[in-house]
Write a protein that binds this ligand. Structure first.
Ligand code: PGA
Length: 253
């Protein structure tokens, strides 16, 4: 059985006190209400990571992720945060290649590939994002775009390494727009990604990798999205900032 995962990407939201409050609400609700074996990942801003780590110690289902990391191991890179620094405060995963980082901060498949390597070397699980823009989908090149993202960013990994990766399919047109992909659209791309992994590696690796859907995922649409055979959970932005809403998404399996 593949691991079911719901990850909350807070982006650049909440100050420190608000973040601690939000996570303590989530922890209480998850401990009280979530019976399934879903893994919950919280990805708050960097400044909150250490404080939140202390709060989630009482929540066995809840894990901690960063939203980004450096593509370098250490040294003269002012303002950067390395994967080993994250690891040293108990962070377990890191989101890499989010479309906002690709579009607003110039990240490419090649810089993403370097970050994935750094994460794996430090013992973090990379949550690697891929997805097409609206124009790319309209132009009928969405499969090609995703294939290229996978090949250039991920497929240099060996079998051991790829097995440690979590993939998030996030159509750029669905992120923060309220325009969620239909369950069929999500399933089609998730199947495509799994097939690509199977062709490159093998079917047992392809079957074991969790592929999350992201893009305007809410408690209203999560159940239908997660019921697809190749959708193993969600990467949730806006809806992860409200504890009740986020926990209802977690309970959608
Ligand atoms: P959204 O963001 O749920 O607000 O659309 C998802 C994401 O960017 O990971």
């Amino acid at each position: 059985m593949r691991q079911k995962i719901v990850a909350g990407n807070w982006k650049m939201n909440t100050d420190y006190d608000q973040g601690l409050w939000l996570v303590s609400e989530v922890v209480n609700m998850v401990n009280d209400e979530v019976l399934s074996d879903v893994k919950v990942i919280i990805a708050p801003p960097f400044t909150h990571l250490f404080g939140i780590k202390q709060l989630i110690k009482s929540a066995p289902k809840v894990r901690l992720a960063a939203q980004n990391c450096s593509s370098e191991a250490s040294g003269a890179f002012t303002g950067e945060i390395s994967c080993s620094m994250l690891k040293s405060i108990g962070v377990e995963a890191v989101i890499i290649g989010h479309s906002e980082r690709r579009q607003l901060f110039g990240e490419t498949n090649f810089s993403i590939k370097k970050k994935i390597k750094q994460a794996l070397q430090a013992g973090l699980s990379p949550i690697v994002c891929c997805g097409e823009t609206w124009d790319e989908r309209n132009g009928g090149i969405h499969f090609q775009i995703i294939q290229t993202q996978l090949e250039e960013a991920l497929f240099a990994l060996n079998r051991d390494e790829i097995g440690k990766v979590i993939i998030a399919y996030e159509p750029v047109w669905a992120i923060g727009t309220g325009q969620t992909a239909t369950p069929d659209q999500a399933q089609e791309i998730h199947r495509f990604i799994r097939n690509a992994i199977q062709e490159k590696y093998n079917s047992s690796i392809a079957d074991s990798i969790s592929i999350l859907y992201g893009g305007s995922c809410t408690s209203k649409n999560a159940k239908e999205l997660f019921s697809n055979p190749d959708v193993d959970g969600g990467l949730v932005g806006g809806a992860s900032l409200k504890s009740r809403e986020f926990v209802d998404i977690i309970k959608s399996f």
